[in-house]
Write a protein that binds this ligand. Structure first.
Ligand SMILES: [Zn+2]
Length: 254
């Protein structure tokens, strides 16, 4: 297997994986979505809420807020020494107190741990009019996307690398003019930038006598983080999870 970094942005990474199999790439994708844990709000106790939104709607909105996550600082509640009762090793309290008129934002949620806080400060939770008050206590804990998608750390997806074959009646001059994402070298053509290859490019190639097929062994893998963990931490955690699952399977087989 070969890896090559194609593009790295703040919350997005794209890389090329060569000489592998679709099931390995798909297993990596599933590890990220379902297994890599993040912190999210699980319980909310309302002290006062006379805003226009019901308690349930606000609790649901709070649950979906991405919280920056410190994977080493917390245990899963059901695997913690407290045996699921809840303690400082597996749970974190966040407090929200706001008085109208204002828009209550994610930054109004005050965390007792500086490492765990809303990933984006300006996400609106609700609006309060004059005299309206929102006061609550939320409890965040570590969870996995297989139990609730709010714990999922990001969006991973992959596409096969296109293979371009020039046929006898290809019109390379017209292709060069119409498709900017193609390099023409003599009588062969190749994709200039794999990260921006689209169906439109494929259509232009086919209209100009270039056959487009897709590789079974080479893939362009993209991961967008929702903000709880950075992309490199998500990838490392996913591979660790994958390895530990393989070890467990190996043990069971023996
Ligand atoms: Zn605990």
């Amino acid at each position: 297997m070969q890896l090559k970094l194609l593009k790295k942005e703040e919350n997005k990474i794209t890389f090329l994986v060569k000489e592998t199999e679709p099931y390995i790439i798909n297993a990596l994708r599933r590890m990220i979505v379902e297994e890599v844990p993040t912190m999210a709000i699980e319980d909310v106790t309302f002290v006062k809420n006379n805003s226009a939104l019901y308690d349930e709607i606000i609790a649901h909105r709070l649950g979906l807020l991405p919280l920056t996550t410190d994977l080493k600082g917390y245990d899963f509640v059901d695997k913690c020494k407290c045996k699921g009762k809840g303690c400082a090793r597996c749970q974190l309290k966040l407090i929200l107190e706001a008085k109208g008129p204002c828009t209550v934002l994610s930054e109004n949620l005050k965390s007792k741990d500086t490492k765990i806080k809303p990933a984006y400060p300006d996400m609106p939770i609700t609006k309060l009019l004059k005299g309206q008050v929102l006061q609550l206590e939320a409890v965040a804990s570590l969870g996995q996307g297989k139990n609730h998608i709010k714990f999922s750390p990001g969006l991973p997806y992959y596409r096969s690398v296109p293979i371009l074959t020039v046929s006898g009646n290809a019109n390379l001059n017209s292709l060069k003019e119409k498709c900017k994402n193609i390099n023409i070298k003599g009588k062969s053509v190749e994709v200039k930038d794999l990260t921006s290859w689209t169906e439109a490019d494929e259509q232009i190639c086919e209209d100009n006598g270039i056959e487009v097929t897709y590789s079974d062994t080479d893939f362009v893998f993209t991961l967008e983080s929702w903000g709880q963990l950075d992309t490199s931490k998500i990838m490392t955690a996913a591979i660790e999870m994958f390895n530990s699952k393989l070890k467990e399977f190996d043990k069971l087989v023996k």
